[in-house]
Design a protein around this ligand. Structure first.
Ligand SMILES: [Zn+2]
Ligand SMILES: [Zn+2]
Length: 361
């Protein structure tokens, strides 16, 4: 099968012919139909996060189940599915206490130490046990969720990462209350979903912060009440001026230490700053020692604190009811062959989300 392989950091992905194993116990073979191009993939390409190379990236994926391994009961061949990038084991203490996104084992099946992909004799790893920039994926069935017939698999793919991450950061991690004030730094695929989830949660003010004017315009279409261009003066001062001293919740959706600190600084006393972006692992986020007096909270959010099998059906229902706009998130479409162009478009900030159209249903 064809796959886009990362052989070395900071080099283009190469379209190569790989072999893929049959699904083992607890696994499914999925024919990939659509895969979103996410900033997280870019972190691995650029080397800000380590990856075991060669690897196939791609973790925002939907497709059709082709085969299932022994013991799989939640999906059957022919099912249209979203692939979750945390595959919960279901029985560790995190899974059992309602925090499956933090699952200790991630999966009951294979780990990245036993790759399913090979180029000749060379093992090739698959990002998050998915490796979605390929025609097929062998993935733990615990991460699969069926998609209603009236939801396109391009939309479903985005629900697997950017929508779940943004929506969940608001509803699960921060638990934004009706009538509250919110700021969102970074209005890409995740940021737009934070904005629309905050609107849905009843926030009275949602301030979009970005450097790109057309992204701020799009942010308003998704529910932002105000916009702040961070290139036109200190964004913290601008947010404070708009809110009488700061917001109750600020979300960082870029992955930089500087903007993380800004998120903290633009919350008011008692406020919560939520770090959603992938800040490089070697960076630190410094906050003032007076955090105790201000009773501020600095909080991380991984995968929107997703309870995947609870939240994704809710998200799909909200989309089908017209309450979440997922159609307009998709700004460009590319074939797998043009994956490097899709990453260029992401880097330039011209797209909210690109979708790779890898297979047909
Ligand atoms: Zn992602
Ligand atoms: Zn678990």
């Amino acid at each position: 099968m064809r796959a886009a392989v990362l052989n070395e950091v900071r080099t283009p992905l190469a379209i190569e012919e790989l072999t893929i194993d049959d699904p083992g116990a607890g696994e499914a073979l999925v024919r990939v139909v659509a895969a979103g191009v996410c900033h997280s993939d870019l972190h691995f390409i650029e080397g800000t996060y380590p990856a075991r190379l060669p690897t196939v990236l791609g973790h925002e994926v939907a497709g059709v189940v082709e085969h299932v391994g022994a013991g799989v009961t939640n999906v059957v061949p022919g099912d249209r599915v979203i692939l979750g990038f945390v595959q919960p084991c279901g029985h560790c203490d995190y899974c059992q206490s309602g925090r499956p996104n933090l699952c200790q084992t991630r999966t009951t099946a294979r780990s990245s130490r036993t790759p399913t992909l090979r180029r000749g004799d060379t093992p090739v790893t698959a990002m998050t046990n998915i490796g979605g920039f390929a025609e097929y994926s062998v993935t733990p069935a615990a991460g699969l969720l069926k998609v209603p017939d009236d939801v396109g698999l391009d939309i479903a793919a985005l629900v697997g990462c950017s929508v779940m991450t943004g929506y969940g950061a608001v509803t699960n991690t921060a638990k934004v209350e009706p009538g509250s004030t919110v700021a969102v730094i970074g209005t890409g695929g995740v940021g737009l979903n934070i904005i629309q989830a905050a609107r849905l949660a009843g926030a009275r003010q949602v301030i979009a912060v970005d450097l790109v004017e057309h992204k701020l315009t799009l942010a308003k279409e998704f529910g932002a009440t105000d916009s702040v261009n961070a290139g036109e003066g200190d964004p913290v001062e601008q947010v404070r001026a708009l809110t009488d001293g700061g917001v109750e919740y600020a979300f960082e959706a870029i992955g930089l230490k500087q903007t993380s600190r800004q998120a903290y600084d633009m919350t008011r006393r008692g406020g919560t700053a939520v770090i959603v972006g992938m800040v490089p692992p070697t960076d630190t986020i410094d906050v003032p020692g007076m955090i105790w007096l201000d009773e501020k909270t600095l909080k991380g959010s991984f995968y929107g604190s997703a309870r995947f099998h609870v939240d994704v059906p809710r998200i799909l229902a909200l989309y089908r009811a017209g309450k979440l706009d997922l159609d307009r998130l998709v700004t460009r479409r590319f074939p797998l062959d043009q994956i490097n162009e899709a990453f260029d478009a992401l880097k330039s900030g011209e797209v909210a989300r690109s979708v790779l159209e890898i297979g047909s249903e």
